[in-house]
Design a protein around this ligand. Structure first.
Ligand code: F0G
Length: 454
C-alpha cells in the first residue's frame, strides 16, 4: 500500500521536488534554503486527499483505545497528518509522544495568570522531544534502504537517533562537541551502540563537518535540516489542541536552539487551521539563552530578516547554538502568529528550572527558558490574566543532573551572575547535608533546616 502523499517545497524560492529528489544535505539546489514537507492533496478543496476535520478528530480519539502498535505512538496515531512513508508498516516506533500536560498552579499564582501548563516532551522514550521527530525521519531512512544514519548534536538528537537506529537495525554516527554535552546524553549514545565522535569544536562546527561527510558517503542525515524530522515534531501541537478540545491556548513558549522545534510546532498549528481542525493560531514565542541568542538579535536588528551567527555560550548546553539552521522558518512562525522572541539570563534559567522542580516537574535547563521567558512576557504586559499558556519542556531532568546539583550546592553561577536574583536562588536551594547515621542527628538536622528553609 502506498500511503505517501507528500512533496518537498523550498522554503526560500518555492521550488517543488519529489521527496526522494532531495540531496544528501537537504538544501535547495537553486537557492540553498531548507525544504518543507507539503501535502498537495490537502489544498485541493473537495479533493479526495483532503482529510475531513471531524472524521480525523473522531479517528484519532478512537485510536487511543486501539491495540495496534502504531496507534500507541503519539506521533503515528496522527498518521494522516504526516503521510510521508510509502507504507506505515515501515514506521520505527518506541511509543513516543502521548506526553503529559501538567498544570502549574504555583507558577500561575505567582504570575497572576489562571492557566499555565507544561507540555513535558522530556517524558518521551529517550527523555527528549527529539523522539517525535526521530521516529518520522528515521523511518524514512529505513524505508529508503539506508544502512547508516548520522547527526551532529548537543546531545539529545544523538540519544534519540542512536535509540531509533538500534531499534531499526541501522548503524549510527554521532558528532558531538567535546566536553560540551551533558553526561546523561553521552551515556545514551553509547548505550544504544552509536559510533560517537567527540570533536574539538562546537555544535555548529560538528554540523559543518557532517555536511561534508554525508556528501561523500551513503549516510542519511538526521539533523533537523531534514524536513521529515519536523513532521514528527509537529505532533505535540496536535496533542495540545486535542487536550483543549480543539480550542488552542493563547500562548505557546518554545526554547530556541537550532530553531526547528518552534518551526515544527508552528507548522502543526498552521496545518490544523488550514484543514479546519482549529479556528485560530496560538501566539508562538521563541525563548533563547542570552549567551546563544542569534534570533533575538536578528529581530532587534532587522525584524528577523537577516541573521548574523554568534559565538554561543550557555550552561543550557542543549541550546548552545550560534548559527541556527532553521532560523527563517522560526522567524516566520513568530511573525505569523504574533508571538515574540526574547532571551533570558543564566540566573533566570536556573531559578526557573528550580521553580519547576518545586512543582514536581523536573526538566533540563534548556526547557526552563520557557518559564523564565514567560515571566518576561507577563512583566511586559503581553499576557492577559485569562490567557491559557503552554510551556514546551523539551528534556528530562536526569539528562543533566550535574547542572541541578551544582545549582543546589551554590557552585553553578558566578557571584555577579547570581546577584540580580540572589534572594530567589537562596530560597530555592536545597543542598544535601551530611549527617551522622543516628535518628537523633537526623532529627536535629531536620530542626535546623526547617528553621532555615521557610
Ligand atoms: N531543548 C532541548 C532539551 C534540546 O535538546 C534542544 C536542541 C532544544 C531545546 C532546541 O530545539 O534546536 O529545535 O530549536 N537540541 C539539539 C540536539 C540541537 O542536538 O539535541 P531546536
Amino acid at each position: 500500500m502506498n500511503d505517501n502523499l507528500h512533496q518537498l517545497r523550498c522554503f526560500g524560492c518555492g521550488v517543488r521536488i519529489r521527496g526522494d529528489q532531495a540531496g544528501s544535505i537537504f538544501r535547495c539546489a537553486d537557492c540553498g534554503d531548507l525544504f518543507e514537507v507539503e501535502y498537495p492533496g490537502w489544498s485541493r478543496s473537495g479533493g479526495t486527499d483532503r482529510p475531513n476535520a471531524g472524521a480525523l478528530k473522531w479517528l484519532w480519539r478512537e485510536r487511543r483505545a486501539s491495540g495496534e502498535l502504531l496507534d500507541h505512538s503519539g506521533v503515528w496515531r496522527f498518521r494522516e497528518f504526516l503521510p510521508i512513508l510509502d507504507s506505515f508498516g515501515n514506521a520505527v516506533t518506541l511509543r513516543e509522544g502521548n506526553t503529559p500536560l501538567y498544570h502549574l498552579p504555583r507558577a500561575a499564582k505567582a504570575l497572576g495568570v489562571d492557566q499555565i501548563y507544561a507540555k513535558h516532551q522530556g517524558m518521551n522514550p529517550t527523555g527528549s522531544f527529539k523522539d517525535t521527530g526521530m521516529t518520522a525521519a528515521l523511518s524514512v531512512a529505513k524505508e529508503r534502504g539506508f544502512e547508516w544514519v548520522a547527526c551532529a548534536s548537543t546531545g539529545n538528537t544523538s540519544a534519540a537517533m542512536a535509540a531509533y537506529a538500534a531499534r531499526a537495525g541501522l548503524k549510527s554516527l554521532v558528532l558531538i562537541p567535546q566536553g560540551k554535552i551533558a553526561w546523561g546524553k553521552l551515556a545514551q549514545a553509547m548505550d544504544y551502540g552509536a559510533v560517537t565522535c567527540q570533536l574539538n569544536t562546537d555544535f555548529d562546527g560538528c554540523l559543518r563537518v557532517l555536511l561534508t561527510i554525508v556528501q561523500q558517503a551513503p549516510i542519511y542525515l538526521l539533523n533537523s535540516v531534514n524536513p521529515y524530522r519536523l513532521e514528527g515534531q509537529k505532533t505535540p501541537a496536535l496533542e495540545i489542541a486535542e487536550y483543549f478540545d480543539w480550542n488552542v491556548p493563547e500562548h505557546i513558549l518554545v526554547p530556541g536552539g537550532n530553531l526547528a522545534n518552534s518551526s515544527a510546532l508552528g507548522k502543526g498549528f498552521r496545518e490544523m487551521k488550514e484543514l479546519g481542525l482549529i479556528s485560530r493560531l496560538p501566539k508562538i514565542s521563541v525563548i533563547q539563552a542570552a549567551g546563544a541568542n542569534p534570533l533575538v538579535r536578528s529581530f532587534e536588528a532587522n525584524g528577523g530578516t537577516k541573521l548574523t551567527p554568534v559565538e554561543a555560550n550557555t550552561r543550557a548546553t542543549a541550546i548552545r547554538i550560534g548559527n541556527p539552521a532553521s532560523w527563517r522558518k522560526a522567524a516566520r512562525i513568530v511573525q505569523e502568529t504574533g508571538g515574540w522572541c526574547l532571551d533570558v539570563s543564566e540566573a533566570e534559567i536556573a531559578v526557573a528550572k528550580a521553580e519547576l522542580g518545586r512543582e514536581g516537574i523536573g526538566s533540563e535547563p534548556a526547557s526552563a527558558v520557557t518559564l523564565a521567558g514567560l515571566k518576561k512576557l507577563v512583566a511586559a504586559g503581553r499576557v492577559e490574566a485569562s490567557d491559557t499558556i503552554v510551556l514546551l519542556l523539551t528534556g528530562h531532568t536526569l539528562k543533566d543532573a550535574d547542572y541541578t546539583i551544582d545549582f543546589h550546592r551554590g557552585t553553578l553561577l558566578r557571584e555577579e551572575e547570581a546577584a540580580p536574583v540572589l534572594p530567589e536562588i537562596e530560597a530555592l536551594r536545597r543542598d544535601a547535608v551530611e549527617v551522622e547515621a543516628s535518628p537523633d542527628a537526623v532529627l536535629k538536622a531536620l530542626k535546623e533546616i526547617q528553621d532555615r528553609w521557610v
